[in-house]
Structures are given as structure tokens and as C-alpha cells.
Design a protein around this ligand. Sequence first.
Ligand code: ADP
Ligand code: ZN
Ligand code: ZN
Length: 690
Amino acid sequence: MQAPIWLRVALDVPLDGPFDYRSTTPVQAGQRVIVPFGRRQLVGMVLDVVDAPAVDPQLVRDVERVLDDVEPLPADWLRLTGFAAAYYHRPLGEVMLPALPGPLRKPSAYQGKRAGAGPVARLLARRRRADAAPTEAPDARAELAATAPTLNPAQREAVDAIQAETGYAAFLLHGVTGSGKTEVYLHAAAHALTRGRQVLLLVPEINLTPQLQRALVSRLQKMAGEDGVAVLHSGLAESERLAAWLAAVTGRARVVLGTRLSLLTPLPQLGLIVVDEEHDPSYKQQEGLRYSARDLAVWRARDLDIPVVLGSATPSLETWHHAERGQYRRLALPARAVAATPPAMRLLDTRNVRLEQGMAPELLAAIGKRLEQREQVLVFLNRRGYAPVLHCGACGWVSDCTRCSAHLVLHRARAGTVLCCHHCGARERVPHACPDCGNQDLQPMGRGTQRVEEHLAERFPQARIARIDADSTRLKGSAEQLFARVHAGEIDILVGTQMVAKGHDFRNLGLVGVLNADAMLFSQDFRAPERLFAQLMQVAGRAGRHLGGSQVIIQTGYPEQPVYQALLRHDYQGFAAYGLAERRSAGLPPFSFQALLTAESDELALTLGFLEEARALGEQCQDGQTTVMLYDPVPLRVVRVNRVERAQLLVESPHRPALQAFLRAWLAALAGVPSPRRLRWQLEVDPLEI
Ligand code: ADP
Ligand code: ZN
Ligand code: ZN
């Protein structure tokens, strides 16, 4: 009889693991196995082959099947996911398995009638059939030389610096919108390809992938080969994602372009990582494994000893701080690559101005003038819907959600006007009279994109107006269609939320008007000014990319605020210096490290009670060395969502290792607390929103 092979396996279960199994066929770390777990069957990841199991060999169950349709995943991928699990304090299997495409982690994909084939074999068979069909010969790409501009000196310097590094180096590519960062990425990527390495390029949003994909394909395909560019994001169908993932893992794809989840793709020859718009909050996953793809990208580059490039016009203060301290190398692209003049910034003080539907006469006049000149106008307002609340002037009643501590937002829908909750999704009919006093004259208060659109249509009846927000782009492909109409010059005024701020290059945009920016300024989150600065710089960057004399008008009641003053001067560095000085004096990140324990139950007292207990346990875990500060538990800003009451407890330390050690001890202690039945809690490391 053959000697048994003992395995340690990670499983996607909410238990720590790893789990011991026995195999009679040879198997390696990085391979997947189908194993029995309780009465279920699961796909697990083999972490190790060991001499003896950690438990009584009699209790160890047999592997049902060793899967060999994919090469064993590389050791560095096991290290990366292992690090993420340890750093974010999640069970290893809950990190590793969800990082794989769905079909590769379902036992059912390998069972039944087609057992033996499995999803990979089926995919390859389909592809062979498709390949057998005749295809048109590809164009010879004369295009390559034609589309590549000559680098300007700043770009040249940046590209040279990146190309000079083969080992670990972290670069901050700091360049205003339109300064040609993409061009730098393309050159650095091409260089890595010539050295036989793969390139991983991260973007914050799916919306931005088609543009960059076209650039990558047109410029790099010669080197990367047919199928050489793979795209990975959560909007793909399962089979598409599997195909792209396999191309990446087998090395067939030389360039992988994707959103945050693509950071966890195994890439056997990875030689360069680029993180575009590194400051973007979308790099932080907000559920499950709450990782920062940007931070993990830097870790992965260091682990693999390869360069990583973080690009932004408005770097996060964390990244800027690293650059100031010399941990990251700063590469600057100070000017726009094409249109030489950046838009003129103007703060429009609204304190003594009579607004017309939220807009100052001066802004409306400026819009009219641009329309006369046949230029496009963008009105930016980060609030969707018609009005944020409905109100009774007689008794003070406001439209509140019964399930959430939030107002119901007035929306104009095809079927008429409705009240919607942006937190739980509740939809209600608009009452014809005040439920409290019977007054029939209920008024919308404030305004969202729909109301602004409506007013602009009345005010400028000749103008062709489009609105781009989460409501108007709900249908797949509708965002692309709307943007295409803007690009084709079929739209004169575009009203939009942050969806319009990113990436898009509007050739004929002469004016950007910003409404209601102050609402973001006074949020209690300490990162609010940083986010506002980034967002307004980004939206300002939409103007005048190809046009001289463009303008940005920001309406505010607080023009003296440092954020606005820095914007006026296009002064990121001044803003960052001010912001970092404030953070330093308050002991906030990046001068400290934080974690957030969030709990929820159907009763606020229960939620807070649990957090109080957690806090007491935490104090005990400190054993006299108070390097970690535990704050008082507090209800979340929107405390109740869908009848669930939520609260949080913030912990903070000036030392990352001290915080990590504390979290390990604390979580172990918390695991021993029988948490009330109706209560759920979770921990987030390096939270972005607190
Ligand atoms: P960013 O990514 O920094 O916002 P892009 O890379 O999109 O900027 O460049 C903005 C525009 O400038 C693009 O249309 C690009 O083709 C053009 N561009 C970039 N570099 C050059 C250059 N060296 N010469 C001419 N045009 C350039
Ligand atoms: Zn009333
Ligand atoms: Zn609600």
C-alpha cells in the first residue's frame, strides 16, 4: 500500500483552519482539491504537504479528488493571499478561494454527467471550436507609430527612472489630469514586456477599462501578441472572467488590466504593477475581505522585488507622506501634455447672492455664454434624485424612511414621482397631503441632479441636456451610450454626479459648474477635505483638455476654506502640506494606524453593549503597555438601516506592528465571547471611512 500523503488545506469557511486531509495521489502546494467537510463537499487550496497531520491520523479524512486542470498556483500568490489574510485578520480560506473565478471553486463543476471535464476543459474545447472557424487576418499595425506621441522631457524622465529599476521601487507619478500619465504607463509596460515580464495595470472603475483597453491593445498588442491583453473586473460573465484569469495564470496574457479584484490574480511572470488614480476610494473593498488593492500592490511589488507605479493628480495623503519621507520616489509631470492652459478656477461666493434653483445668476449667465459659443457645459452635483427630502411648511413634517434613520429622497420616475430610500431601497408613493397635519402643499427641499436638469431645461430651452448618474445609467451600456452622445457633440449641457468626474476626455467642454460642494466639506469624516479636493480637481480636469479659455466655477458659502483656496491656485502641494500638518497635530493617519470594529443588531443598546464589552476586553489585552488607544463606541452617522442599528469602535496606534499585535490578541479574546444571537460584528483594518 502506498504511504499516505498529508495535506494542509485552506477552505472557504468561517473557521481559522488550515484543515488536514490525506491523499493517495501526489499533490503540490497551490493545487486545488475536492474534500469532504462535514456533510458538504468543498474545493480547497493545498497550502502544504507535511510529514504528519496536526491531529490524530485516524480523524483525518481523504481527499476526494485532486484537481489538475490548472497548474499549481505560484508560491508568491500563496504568500500574497497569506499576507492579506493575516493583515486584515480573516481566515486564509476566505481570502484565497473567493479570489478564484467561480467555476474553479465549485465542486459541482466537476461532478455529474460531465465529471472529469471540469470548467477549464469545457472552456478550452469551446475555444478550439471557435478557433477552427475562419477569422479575418488582422491589420498590420502601422498604427503603432502613428498613435504614439513623442514623450515630452518630463515624461521621458519618468519613463527612464522606471525603466532603470528592475528590483523593488515604488514610484509616485504625480501629474495633473491630461499631463500624459497614461503615456508613461504604456512605455513602462512596453519595457517590461520586452524583458519577458507580465504587467498588471489597475484602474478604479469598470467604466474606465474600455478606454484604456483600447489604448493598450492598439499600442502593445504587437509585443503582447493576440489575446495578450486580458481584462478582469466584476462586471464580466463568469466564463469571461475564467477565460481572462486563465490567460493571466498561464502567462498567455502579458498585460492584465483590471479593477481592484485583479490584484489577487496569480501572475507567474509579473514584472511591473501600475495603480492608476491611486487615491481613489474604490481600491478599498467595502465588504468581506476589506482590503486595499493599492496597499497590497505595493506589498506584492516588494515581495516580488519589482517596480510599482502609483499615479495620481491628487495622491492620497498617505502616499504623499511616503514620498515626502523618501519611501516612494516622486516623478512629476507638471504640465498638461496638449492644451497648455489649465482651466481658470473661480470661487463664487453665494453668501449674499439670491440663488435661482441653487444656481447663482452669474453661473447661469456663464452657462448661457458658453452655449452661445457652442461649447459644452458640465454641471456637477454629487446628489442624485429630484430633491433630498419632501417637507411640510405648516407643521415641519419631513419624509423619513420608517426603516432607516434617513430621509426619503424625491425621485421623478417614468411612472410618476416617488419617494426612495437610498439606504434600504424602500419606495413609497408621494402622499397627497401631510400625514401629520393634512396640509396639501408639500414642498421639495434642496435639489438633486433631476431638479437641476429640469431647471436648466426651462432656463435654456434650446440646449440639449443629458444627465449622468446612478439612476440614468442603471441599464447595462447606458452610461457608455450617454458618454458617446456627449463626445459626438449631441449634448450641450451635461448634469452629473461623480460618475462624470473620472477619466473622460471631453473635447469641447468650456465650463464646469460645481454646486453644493460645501455639503462634502463638513462631513465628520476627517478625510472629507482630501476627498473634496481630489474630486474637484478631477472634475475641473474635464474642462478645456483641448480648448483654451475654459473655466471652472465653484459655488460656495465658505470661500476662505483652505481646500478652496488651494483649488484656486491648482495647488496640490500646498493642500497636502496643510492637510498633513493637521493630521500630524491630531495624530491621525498617516501618523497613526487605525482599525474599526463595527457591530449591528436590531437594538442599539445591544449593539453598543457589545462594543462596550469589546472595549473592556481590548483594554485587558494591552497588558500595561498602552500603545493602542480605544475610543468610545459610537452609533454610525446613519445609525439605522433596514431596522438594523449600527455602531462602531475605533482603535488607533502610532505603530502599525503594535496595532497588528493588539488586533490578534483582541480578536482571540473576542472569539471567546458568546456574542448575542442577533448581533453581527466585523473588523476593518485601515478603514477609509470613519
Ligand atoms: P493623464 O492620464 O495624465 O490624464 P493622458 O495620458 O490621458 O493624461 O494624456 C492626455 C492627452 O495628452 C491624451 O490625449 C494623450 O494622447 C496626449 N499626450 C500625452 N502625452 C503626449 C505627448 N508627449 N505629446 C502629445 N500628446 C500627448
Ligand atoms: Zn404638516
Ligand atoms: Zn430606508
